[in-house]
Design a protein around this ligand. Structure first.
Ligand code: AMP
Length: 490
């Protein structure tokens, strides 16, 4: 499945002035008409001012129109919703009718999303794109009165967008009949599973007709999503639209081969010796994010974690602390990091390699932005070498290894750049201090637990130190993404 997921197109990230998906198209992009869309839909996209389809739309619309199952690797912000909504509307168009009879409006398409915010957004898009077609849609989600939803469902809708918990409530109350569903969409599959919705999804799948078209969209493909895809999809067409990769020449990659048990010591060492003031550290599992952040704090490195188990308030606080430079290390899982819109982050550390190379691209896309250099550092244990090979195959190059002696040359425990931290240049250095040759230093043995050198500066917030001047260089701007989306609403 790996090779089938190699990025086939590159789109813009979901922020900034160049985020508009229309900009992502190049001169060879086919028009919406060339994708075979019917006039009613062409009018709708023209109403929206869309000039060209985005890469995911180019790739998703034709196979969906051919009633193929699709596995789409794409983030929100790529134009994904129109990528599935437009062809679905076209497939349902022959059944469009204005009859008042509910029997003429059975649910033919079910779209399941993990959060109510996404559900609302998707249903709005369906309505917008279907504005010239006599098809009905509705959205149901938890946390609100169920009665108005029941009334709407009783009247009949062709396209139902739902969060899993509330959909099950409706099934229990028999306010919805899913026996005529022809198309199922699972949107943000990774987040759905991360939020523990798998049992709910299985219950829902059990009441759907077995013969149907299935579309699964997910920004990342951890093992659980792959397992679900295998169960759900029949000979799927795989579509991958990677987020914008950071310009290769602005991101330097480094791989530290290191036994798993020594990773923490190495991370602590790197954080200190490389003067990492803002580093996003990736782990694979949410339980490990918390644990690592806790352990780093014990090691004297101020760290916090974000993952989907934390409350909204906790996540916002963690982000804010990181953004303000109060906490230099933010430990995140791939999924939790997705909602963050981060600009200009100097370091990304892969404490654990992702199991799919595309996730590596997503991760390093968080550094090397805004024309500023960034570093992607991977701590790779022997059992992760196979994932490193996958990444290198995808990037079509071998990533430079940093060996222990090289590490020792570049860093000294407790070493500070000339002039000390307090006098660090106000702007991000043009010549990166860590890229410049460093004087030789005593070898650092990262096979031993880290022991702070007597001269090590304590890793505490910069601003906590007397006389400290906050660096004027732009810190990572965490614009927050759409964090509320992370919360389940059942
Ligand atoms: P999505 O990834 O589906 O959340 O879409 C992100 C944004 O892109 C939405 O605001 C859409 O209205 C917009 N969009 C989708 N397709 C296009 C397109 N072909 N051209 C311009 N904007 C688009």
């Amino acid at each position: 499945m790996h090779s089938a997921l190699l990025p086939a197109a590159v789109t813009r990230p979901s922020h900034g002035p160049e985020a508009h998906p229309a900009n992502a198209a190049d001169i060879s992009t086919p028009s919406f008409a060339a994708l075979g869309l019917i006039p009613e839909l062409l009018r709708a996209v023209a109403d929206q001012g869309y000039e060209e389809p985005t890469p995911i739309q180019v790739k998703a619309i034709p196979p969906i129109l051919q009633r193929r199952d699709v596995m789409g690797c794409a983030q929100t912000g790529t134009g994904k919703t129109a990528g599935f909504a437009l062809p679905i509307l076209q497939l349902l168009a022959p059944q469009a009718n204005t009859s008042l009879s509910p029997a003429r409006h059975p649910v033919r398409t079910l779209i399941i999303t993990p959060t109510r915010e996404l559900a609302v957004q998707v249903e709005e898009s369906v309505r917008t794109y279907g504005t010239h077609l006599a098809l009905r849609s509705a959205v149901v989600y938890g946390g609100v009165d169920i009665d108005p939803q029941m009334k709407q469902l009783h009247a009949g809708v062709e396209i139902l967008v739902a969060t899993p918990g509330r959909l099950l409530d409706h099934l229990h109350q028999k306010s919805v009949n899913l026996s005529r569903v022809e198309i199922l969409v699972l949107d943000e599959g990774d987040r759905m599973l991360d939020m523990g919705f798998l049992p709910d999804i299985k219950r829902i799948l059990a009441v759907l007709p077995p013969r149907r078209q299935n579309l699964l969209f997910s920004a990342t493909f951890p093992d659980e999503v792959r397992r679900l895809a295998k169960e759900l999809l029949h000979l799927p067409v795989t579509i991958d639209v990677a987020p914008r990769n950071a310009p290769a020449d602005l991101v330097s990659h480094q791989v530290y081969p290191v036994p798993a048990l020594r990773k923490r010591a190495l991370l602590v060492h790197l954080a200190r010796s490389r003067d990492m003031r803002q580093v996003l550290v990736f782990v694979r599992m949410k339980r490990d994010a918390n644990r690592l952040a806790r352990q780093l704090v014990q090691d004297g490195v101020a760290a916090t974690a974000i993952h989907s188990d934390r409350t909204q308030a906790e996540r916002m606080q963690a982000l804010e602390d990181f953004k303000q430079g109060k906490v230099p290390v933010l430990v995140a899982t791939d999924i939790a990091a997705r909602g963050l819109d981060i600009e200009e982050l100097p370091f990304v550390v892969n404490y654990e390699l992702p199991h799919t190379p595309e996730d590596y691209v997503h991760r390093i896309g968080r550094t090397g932005r805004a024309g500023l250099p960034g570093e992607a550092i991977s701590l790779v244990s022997p059992d992760e070498m196979k994932y490193l090979e996958d990444i290198e195959r995808m990037l079509k190059r071998k990533l430079p290894r940093a060996s222990a002696p090289e590490l020792a040359r570049e860093t000294r425990p407790g070493h500070r750049p000339k002039g000390g931290r307090h006098e660090r240049p106000a702007e991000r250095p043009q010549a990166r201090p860590h890229a410049a040759p460093r004087p030789a230093a005593p070898a650092f043995d990262y096979t031993k637990p880290y022991e702070p050198a007597p001269s090590s500066a304590p890793a505490r917030p910069e601003h906590a130190r007397p006389g400290h001047r906050r660096p004027e260089r732009p810190t990572a701007a965490l614009l927050g993404g759409r964090p509320a989306k992370h919360e389940p609403h059942k």
